[in-house]
Design a protein around this ligand. Structure first.
Ligand code: ADP
Ligand code: MG
Length: 603
């Protein structure tokens, strides 16, 4: 045993840096802590300025209550907070902050400036700190409010600075955080500036709906419905906006949940929300939801994680079931009223005016103006129209449409004897003695995918100009992703141009998708590109994107086909390379041998 004690009490600066490790992960965490402080200070006008994605500069100014001279110095001490005084307060929290760590942490890992004025005399106190050491303190003239600046984040911690991502990525995270805080506080004005550009300009709004429109777009708001529900026993109130099932996304990025005003990523709540949408969304699709849960502070512990991204409920199961049931009630198909689309100049005349709703369940589906045309063409067959909203790209299926070169060798599918269509979804064919079942949706998807892939490889995806350009409204993230890939999207057949603010105008689409509204598809593509990271090129996600496009343009299950269309489909299948599976990996065809059928009947 050593004589000398080996345990030491760490010095203050080191403690702060350790705390900073938990609280400050990246520029966005600083933005979050600073803006939360501004909100706690009662500000209703908050300006966030960034440089180099926040790596070089983060500055947050507010018109809140400010701090007096003494408090400016105290605020930088670790565990210095004006928000709680005793342990019981932790279970009756009304503020966003309470740990008293943020300022001390940020100041310990940056070049930090705090300037604040609490009175009406126009005189404030400024303090400059570098890596936790106070460098300067002086009086400054300023109006009531606070300005906090963190430059060169992690300049004194090169190892951590290395973990920062590209400027675009960090900026994206900052914009996400501001968006979430802004959704929770519609009455507060937020401005986010990056170098000379204004990224978000959100004025004070009456309520959530206006804020959602400003952040996510008016089109999105139109497809959302207000929900409120109350559980007396837990004292839990749920309110907010839920998207109709057709407004789905390929990621959970648009699932916003706030618990007692705090943006939270909670597994229990997320599961409950998805449970509420069960059977309404296709696999891999997620709803757009802005939900607020308010419950007595004693029912939920926010102090389980330094960044307060997670919570713990006292009655987890009850909370879960309440949310799921409330959403399910609201999502009853009957409660959705169809909203007219503001997407294109004249929704009456253009097929692009209404979005296609591939994931719509048959019972919630609406007839689309396009369908009668198609049926008229199919003549003699007394078809009953299935209630599906997808316009049928009938012309593209006809043998003479010239989409594919004529078959090179062996035509397997074309030689099958077509027996009929089952459940408007499967083609029954005979191959010698065997029965072949072909999933018409999977088959068409595969064909579209291969065609797109071949066209793209040749650098010649045929495009079709839209007579009535489609308008898109995108959120910040999607804009970022699309902007970075405009050229590649053009190579895919999309002609998109910025139209001011967060609006874009879609002037041409891949010919394969003509007649289908492409706005929802582009949002998906943007999300897909975004998810893979800004730096990656489209080539890396090409298959994913092509699958999305193919899937968007094709025949759905539940669609009556006439024999000519079936023939055309079978012939095209022969020209596809990997005819075994659809691009999603589902099989295109299945074989039942005569032997198997006979066995079923015990012959
Ligand atoms: P916490 O928010 O957990 O209390 P912080 O380290 O974030 O801890 O802030 C410490 C204290 O500094 C706060 O409790 C508050 O009194 C004061 N403060 C911080 N930012 C502001 C601001 N923008 N306006 C007024 N007071 C502020
Ligand atoms: Mg704080």
């Amino acid at each position: 045993m050593s004589q000398n004690a080996t345990i030491k009490i760490l010095d203050e600066q080191l403690c702060n840096q350790i705390a900073a490790g938990e609280v400050v992960e990246r520029p966005a965490s600083v933005v979050k802590e600073m803006v939360e402080n501004s909100l706690d200070a009662g500000a209703d006008d908050i300006l966030i300025e960034l440089a180099a994605g926040g790596r070089k500069l983060i500055r947050v100014s507010d018109n809140g209550c400010g701090m007096n001279r003494q408090d400016v110095f105290l605020a930088l001490e670790r565990h210095a907070t004006s928000k709680i005084t005793q342990a019981e307060d932790l279970f009756a929290l009304r503020s966003l902050g309470f740990r008293g760590e943020a300022l001390a942490s940020v100041a310990s890992v940056s070049r930090f400036r705090l300037r604040s004025c609490a009175g009406e005399d126009g005189l404030g106190q400024e303090i400059l700190v570098e890596a936790g050491q106070v460098r300067k303190a002086q009086e400054v003239g300023m109006a009531r409010g606070t300005l906090i600046e963190a430059r060169d984040l992690f300049f004194n911690q090169p190892a951590r600075r290395k973990f920062l991502r590209t400027e675009q990525t960090e900026l994206g995270h900052c914009a996400d955080i501001v968006s979430k805080l802004a959704l929770a506080c519609p009455q507060v004005s937020f401005r986010l500036r990056h170098e000379n550009r204004t990224l978000l300009e959100l004025r004070r709004e009456k309520g959530l709906a206006e804020r959602v429109a400003a952040l996510l777009g008016r089109q999105v708001l139109e497809d959302m419905q207000q929900v409120t529900a109350m559980d007396e026993q837990i004292g839990l109130r749920l309110s907010g906006l839920v998207g109709q099932p057709t407004l789905s996304r390929s990621t959970t990025a648009h699932l916003y949940v706030f618990i007692n005003g705090r943006s939270i990523r909670d597994r229990v709540v997320q599961h409950a929300v998805l449970d509420g949408y069960r059977h309404l969304l296709m696999k891999g699709r997620y709803p757009v939801v802005v939900l607020f849960l308010d419950l007595p502070p004693a029912q939920v512990d926010v102090n389980v994680h330094p960044t307060k991204h997670e919570v713990r409920f006292r009655q987890q199961r009850e909370v879960h079931d309440f949310i799921a049931a409330a959403l399910r009630r609201h999502l009853q198909p009957a409660t959705w009223v169809q909203s007219p689309r503001g997407g294109s100049p004249d929704p009456e005349k253009t097929p692009q005016g209404r979005p296609v709703h591939p994931e719509r369940e048959p019972e919630t589906a609406v007839h689309d103006g396009l369908q009668p045309q198609y049926v008229a063409d199919s003549g003699r067959f007394p078809l009953t129209l299935p209630p599906v909203a997808t316009p049928l790209p009938a012309a593209r299926l006809l043998p003479d449409s010239g989409v594919f070169p004529s078959p090179q060798e062996g035509s397997f599918f074309a030689n099958l004897r077509y027996l009929g269509q089952y459940h408007n979804s499967y083609l029954l064919c005979q191959d010698g003695e065997d029965l072949m079942l072909i999933d018409q949706h999977a088959a068409h998807e595969r064909i579209g995918f291969e065609k797109l892939k071949a066209d793209f490889a040749r650098g010649a995806v045929p495009r079709q100009s839209l007579l009535f350009p489609e308008m898109l409204e995108l959120d910040f993230r999607s804009i970022q992703a699309l902007d970075a890939h405009l050229d590649e999207l053009a190579a895919l057949g999309f002609e998109i141009e910025p139209f001011g603010g967060k609006s874009y105008v879609l002037k041409a689409v891949p010919a394969l998708l003509a007649g289908v509204s492409c706005a929802p598809l582009l949002v998906d593509i943007a999300l897909e590109l975004e998810q893979q990271g800004q730096s990656s090129v489209l080539q890396d996600q090409l298959d994913e994107v092509l699958i999305m496009m193919a899937c968007h343009g094709v025949i759905r299950a539940n669609q009556a086909l006439d024999p000519r269309e079936v023939r055309a489909l079978l012939e095209k299948l022969d020209q596809v390379d990997f005819r075994g599976n659809c691009p999603h990996g589902r099989p295109v065809s299945q074989r039942l041998t005569l032997r198997e059928v006979e066995r079923m009947f015990r012959r």
